[in-house]
Design a protein around this ligand. Structure first.
Ligand code: ATP
Ligand code: MG
Length: 435
């Protein structure tokens, strides 16, 4: 056996992070509150497998997308199946929808999900290989009011976390206007094909609209005068896009139209949108989505309108601070003498029915307990010594107000909240022991 000194330590894979400590606090804070908002909008939680057939993403996200072309974690499993760690969440939800024949059931389905996604990208700030998304999908609603409804829900979520954003919207037309526009664009792009970057030269054949949002400066310059889809919409698509703008204005949701925002996935039609943070650097898109009225069909179901979005949780967490009012109250309980440990454990257990309680097993003096309580971020320190044990009392200190009291142990154990506000008086909540 190799001696301990020779054992090579194993590190997490490049672009994959443990979510722990302050990060995990923020993570759950975000997921819990975003979920609560989504539920109020009628979405219910859904979880799909992380591993899916590779064909699912080829058919939905599209063979021409960066995700399918370059970023998938795909492999052949032991049963010779071509499988893939999901790079995004929509495809799995649509697979479920079609598999369960919900396209035949009619009605509206609203689901939200959150979980890890995998993309083999070059890791950098805001760009990981395993990252997390929170997303929502709606099926069965063709109304543009639903587009606005979901956009307003995302605004509610971002507002809740006090995240400053710019909302960009565009329309990608539908099967009545996109094919003609595509031809027009291809003709235009072919006139300077050789000057485009190698990726864009390929995109002319596979997905020409993607040339418009290429990140290469030269391509941007060249396509400045290209025809734009928004100027080539069918009457109906144009009306719906105008309606969307009108609804957003009526509801005081500021937006800008970005005619070159086409989104990286092949399945969008009509509304496409992105929420861009005004505070983080290059990777600034924090939520993105749109309408996908043809996707159910692409995956073998009956034509069903769909709308959805996903946001990158890691990118959002860089912008979030836990509000003071949301901070959890923590009680620290310890023993001043060895003989009190049983009472300490019993009290902590009672307290935990209502309050997060931290227990210290080693008997210590007041000073040391206060230091440990501070480390545990406790707002209340409660200690039992031999004197308190004999009296059936407990010593309690509110760290914020520095108030101290010795009180009845049973009352302490049964009280739910001990400090409401900084200014509150501990003795209002706990009657002092009269001796
Ligand atoms: P980008 O242009 O930044 O690559 P994308 O168009 O590939 O984004 P989507 O597929 O729309 O992104 O995913 C929705 C959101 O998920 C993004 O807006 C972003 O916040 C987040 N996201 C995407 N890829 C990553 C990644 N590799 N690491 C962290 N977050 C990501
Ligand atoms: Mg990407």
């Amino acid at each position: 056996m190799a001696s301990k000194g020779n054992v090579k330590t194993i590190q997490s894979l490049r672009g994959m992070k443990d979510v722990v400590n302050d990060d995990s606090k923020l993570f759950t804070y975000f997921v819990e509150n975003a979920s609560a908002i989504a539920k109020r909008y009628g979405f219910s939680y859904m979880e799909t497998p992380i591993l899916e057939e590779t064909a699912l993403f080829k058919r939905s996200v599209g063979e021409s997308s960066d995700i399918v072309n370059k970023e998938m974690y795909n492999f052949t499993d032991k049963g010779e199946n071509e499988v893939c760690l999901r790079p995004e969440g929509t495809a799995g939800v649509v697979r479920h929808f079609v598999e369960k024949k919900l396209d035949r059931a009619g009605g509206t389905f609203r689901w939200y999900y959150h979980g890890p996604m995998f993309r083999y990208e070059r890791p950098q700030k805001g760009r990981l290989r395993q990252f997390h998304q929170f997303g929502c999908e709606v099926f069965g609603q063709a109304s543009v009011y639903e587009d606005a409804n979901v956009i307003m829900m995302i605004k509610d979520i971002l507002d809740y976390f006090e995240i400053d954003f710019t909302l960009e919207i565009n329309s990608l037309g539908d099967h009545t206007c996109m094919p003609q526009y595509r031809e027009k664009l291809i003709n235009h792009l072919n006139s300077f094909k050789d000057e485009l970057c190698p990726d864009c030269q390929k995109r002319i054949e596979t997905n020409p609209i993607r040339v418009l949002d290429c990140k290469v400066e030269k391509c941007n310059e060249l396509t400045k005068d290209a025809p734009m889809i928004t100027d080539n919409l069918s009457e109906q698509c144009d009306e719906e896009f105008n309606k969307l703008k009108e609804i957003l204005e009526y509801n005081d949701v500021p937006y800008v139209v970005n005619k070159t925002m086409v989104r990286g996935l092949d399945y969008y039609s009509k509304t496409a949108f992105e929420f861009i943070s005004n505070e983080i650097g290059a990777q600034s898109t924090i939520a993105a989505g749109g309408r996908y009225d043809r996707l159910v069909e692409f995956l073998g179901g009956r034509e069903t309108p769909g709308f959805g979005f996903a946001c990158g949780i890691e990118r959002l967490l860089e912008l979030i601070k836990v509000k003071e009012s949301q901070k959890e109250e923590i009680v620290y309980i310890g023993a001043l003498d060895e003989s009190c440990l049983n009472a300490v454990l019993k009290t902590a257990n009672a307290k935990r029915k209502t309050t997060k309680t931290f227990i210290e097993y080693t008997p210590r003096g007041f000073g040391k307990h206060f230091k440990l309580a501070e480390k545990a971020e406790a707002s209340i320190v409660a200690l039992i010594g031999e004197k308190e044990l004999a009296e059936g009392t407990i010593y309690v200190k509110n760290i914020e107000t520095r108030e101290e009291v010795t009180m009845d142990l049973n009352i302490f154990s049964s009280k739910t909240t001990m400090i409401n506000k900084k200014a509150s008086n501990i003795t209002d909540t706990f009657p002092k022991i009269e001796k």
